[in-house]
Ligand binder design. Structure first.
Ligand SMILES: [Zn+2]
Length: 580
């Protein structure tokens, strides 16, 4: 067994994927389902099989083993996925170099960020950190939070990181790090961040991948300086604090979205741990989806100024598109979340969170202030102000329900609502996974996969049965037969490896279909199926085609189904003319 195999056998795919996706077990079966992290959906079509250790999405087709999942969700290479899983599961990785240049570069950049984070923290705790410590003290940031969030201070000289990186990293690695910059005149580098309060930014697995730096003296511009985009850091993918917040988001079933680093730290130190921030921009689609993996309810608490309101507006549009249940929290006296917690206390903020109005009521309240609600025209204008947002709700029933609710709230005739929403957008729901193949095929295939003894007893006879050729799953059977010939121990991944993509999809659908076959019953089931198959009269070609079309359709292989249908029509029409 090579290292990858060894690691894979010691890692549980359900536990690993469960850290990114809320999975629910289907009864007592080995199947777990959840919302797909790779495409937008409302009903779960993403399945994980604990027995065979693979996942499959019946909506977008994503699928594979635990390495593939980690590679796709973390957007990293195979070697990085190995390293990440090994670290997370306490398995020692054999000493070896990263083999592809991209992984090697990202590995070096990770090391540089680790070095920088440690250096910044040491600066803050050292003699040069007095001013920054005073600033944090003045803003009431307790020292536990300073440590927990890894806050630091970049040295004013601009040479600290350059010196530490000097002999260890190549010029290309320095150029790509975002931590140091080339001098415009002469040679050499200087540190990007100088004399700033440093906030490390982590990816979802908790590694430092970027920094935000806040100016400490008024007049220092810009107030916030962030890492540029690097091979490690893509702004639009990362939410500040998500790696710390995600457990709490799941437990409380909602997240709190604020604007800045200090807001996150302020709210977090009040004991509200399910708080995240987009790093200084309006939310992106990718960030919204990352949140949705953990909970679909959210409270948006942006700054009360105009910029905050605009950012809130755009973020909310993005959240509506992903079917979030949104509430909006506006704090009185123009306070931002951090200031509010400091002034009014944690309990008061918690109360505010709990009573924050649903987005549509909040919007309707804004309409009430904007238009004259004493007149019919004013109320209709108010409704029309809210309507475009309601229109974005993709589920038709929900759209009507919210529309009615808002109409009531504003005192508008419900007929207006019906007129307005009768031609809504098309709901985007994914159909539940199809069983993939008829019951008898599924049972036979599953029993052979489940039991060595079933394979030993049934395969020699099965391969002589001509009727097996009618099965849409015949290529999977053939692969099973050839594995049996090779006399290697059966492994699900090997079977998958011998199949075309379409057959792999079919196999996933069969495996995830809810028929229960235990190891004990497998032999009996296999032999029963075998007997039935042997008893089948050789069917006419047309009937056989019909069965194949059905199998191709239910397996989602539409091209094959169309090709077979054309053949079927040709053969069926020849048959009927010759019968006349
Ligand atoms: Zn999907």
């Amino acid at each position: 067994m090579d290292f990858a195999e060894q690691l894979k056998s010691s890692v549980d795919i359900v536990k690993t994927i469960g850290e990114y996706v809320r999975l629910k077990r289907v009864g007592s079966s080995p199947r777990y389902v959840g919302l797909c992290p790779f495409h937008s959906e409302k009903t779960p079509s993403f399945s994980v099989h604990s027995g065979h250790q693979f996942y499959k999405c019946f909506g977008c087709g994503a699928g594979g083993d635990v390495f593939k999942f980690v590679m796709e969700i973390e957007r990293i290479s195979f070697f990085e996925a190995l390293k990440l899983l090994a670290e997370r599961n306490g398995v020692a990785m054999p000493k070896r170099e990263y083999s592809d240049p991209d992984s090697k570069l990202r590995g070096a950049l990770m090391d540089m960020h680790e070095i920088a984070a440690r250096a910044f923290q040491a600066n803050l705790n050292g003699p040069a950190g007095a001013e920054a410590r005073n600033y944090l003290h003045a803003r009431n940031v307790p020292s536990e939070q300073v440590a927990e969030f890894g806050l630091g201070l970049s040295e004013a000289s601009g040479q600290q990181l350059v010196r530490q990186f000097d002999s260890r990293f190549s010029p290309e690695q320095l150029d790509q790090s975002g931590l140091v910059m080339k001098r415009q005149e002469g040679s050499g580098y200087f540190d990007r961040f100088r004399g700033r309060l440093m906030f490390p930014i982590h990816n979802e697995s908790g590694k430092v991948i970027a920094f935000g730096g806040r100016a400490l003296r008024s007049g220092d511009e810009p107030k916030y300086l962030n890492s540029p985009e690097t091979p490690l850091y893509r702004k639009s993918y990362v939410l500040y604090n998500l790696h710390r917040a995600k457990d709490s988001i799941r437990k409380s079933e909602y997240s709190v979205l604020v604007e800045g680093y200090m807001d996150v730290i302020g709210v977090y130190s009040a004991g509200i741990h399910n708080v995240v921030a987009s790093c200084g921009t309006a939310l992106t689609n990718t960030q919204v989806r990352a949140l949705k993996r953990h909970a679909e309810r959210i409270v948006v608490n942006f700054d009360p100024d105009a910029a905050g309101a605009n950012a809130a507006e755009r973020s909310i549009q993005m959240l509506l598109d992903e079917n979030f249940q949104i509430r909006v929290l506006e704090l009185e006296q123009e306070l931002d979340p951090d200031e509010y917690v400091k002034q009014a206390g944690a309990e008061a903020y918690r109360g505010k969170l709990e009573t924050a109005p649903a987005y549509f009521h909040w919007l309707a309240d804004r309409a009430r202030k904007k238009f004259d609600m004493r007149t019919v025209e004013g109320r209709i204008q108010g409704f029309k102000f809210v309507a475009p947002a309601i229109q974005r709700i993709s589920d038709r029933l929900e759209r009507f329900a919210v529309g009615n609710d808002v109409a009531h709230y504003l005192g508008v005739d419900e007929r207006l609502v019906r007129e307005h929403f009768s031609k809504g957008s098309v709901p985007r729901e994914t159909p539940p996974p199809q069983p993939g193949a008829p019951l008898e095929e599924r049972l036979l295939l599953k029993s052979l996969i489940a039991s060595e003894e079933a394979r030993v007893q049934a395969i020699p006879q099965l391969r002589k049965v001509a009727a097996l050729d009618r099965y849409g799953t015949k290529n999977i059977f053939k692969a099973l037969f050839s594995m049996h010939d090779d006399a290697l121990p059966f492994r699900f991944a090997d079977l998958e490896g011998r199949l075309s993509e379409a057959d792999r999809d079919l196999l996933s659908a069969v495996v995830f279909a809810d028929d229960r076959i235990g190891e004990e019953t497998a032999i009996q089931v296999a032999l029963d199926c075998l007997r039935k198959l042997e008893a089948v009269e050789p069917q006419s070609e047309v009937a056989a085609l019909r069965a194949q079309i059905k199998a191709a359709e239910s397996g989602g292989n539409l091209q094959e189904a169309m090709r077979l249908t054309a053949e079927f029509v040709r053969k069926a029409s020849i048959g009927s003319t010759s019968r006349k």
